[in-house]
Write a protein that binds this ligand. Structure first.
Ligand SMILES: CC(C)(COP(=O)(O)OP(=O)(O)OC[C@H]1O[C@@H](n2cnc3c(N)ncnc32)[C@H](O)[C@@H]1OP(=O)(O)O)[C@@H](O)C(=O)NCCC(=O)NCCS
Length: 163
């Protein structure tokens, strides 16, 4: 059965590794963002954010392909998540948690003491991820998100202290 293990190894994707992003990631990040959100960002918009020195931009990468990425804007000792997305083919395998955990460590290294974000109350996957990663609700914004069907969704404001 050795041949069977060789065939399996051929198709097994290497576990994505964590690294800082750079401008060359903009096209893949824009594509992943568009696959994850109703309103996408252009490659130019993405490039501007990734290369902004006040934005911490981190990714999980497997075979030169982005499996997930996160961007947060830093202002003084606080930061706000601008976006986080995991490739649909890599979801529910713990990558979101791993990405966020590494990102928090990076922010701690930049002397950030609290990370904020907004999440739609009906986004079960994201809410589970943030609850498991130690975020707590500190606010709510009614009818904040415009959905593609014309209805509006509430945003929850979450915060995570960083030691
Ligand atoms: C939210 C997102 C980043 C999560 O990434 P992920 O790699 O699938 O997350 P993980 O596998 O690390 O899962 C984290 C937790 O969420 C749970 N979870 C993940 N997807 C879920 C789902 N669809 N429904 C319920 N729980 C879910 C997992 O079970 C896990 O909890 P556990 O540790 O108790 O088992 C991913 O679903 C995504 O990219 N969504 C589209 C973009 C988006 O909504 N971003 C957030 C905007 S605020």
């Amino acid at each position: 059965m050795r041949w069977w293990h060789s065939v399996q190894a051929l198709f097994k994707r290497p576990t994505p590794g964590f690294r800082l992003m750079n401008g060359a990631d903009a096209a893949q990040a824009a594509a992943l963002h568009a696959a994850s959100f109703a309103r996408g960002w252009t490659e130019v918009e993405m490039s501007r954010l990734i290369t902004d020195p006040n934005v911490e931009a981190n990714a999980l990468v497997s075979q030169q392909q982005l499996a997930g990425f996160i961007l947060s804007r830093i202002a003084a000792d606080e930061a706000e998540v601008l976006t986080i997305a995991v490739d649909p083919g890599w979801r529910k395998q713990g990558l979101g948690r791993q990405l966020l955990s590494n990102h928090l460590a990076r922010l701690a290294g930049r002397r950030v003491s609290a990370l904020f974000l907004e999440v739609e109350d009906e986004n079960k996957a994201a809410r589970a991820l943030y609850a498991r990663s130690g975020f707590e609700q500190v606010g709510e914004r009614q009818a904040y998100y415009a959905r593609p069907d014309g209805t509006r969704g509430h945003a929850l404001v979450l915060k995570r202290a960083i030691d």
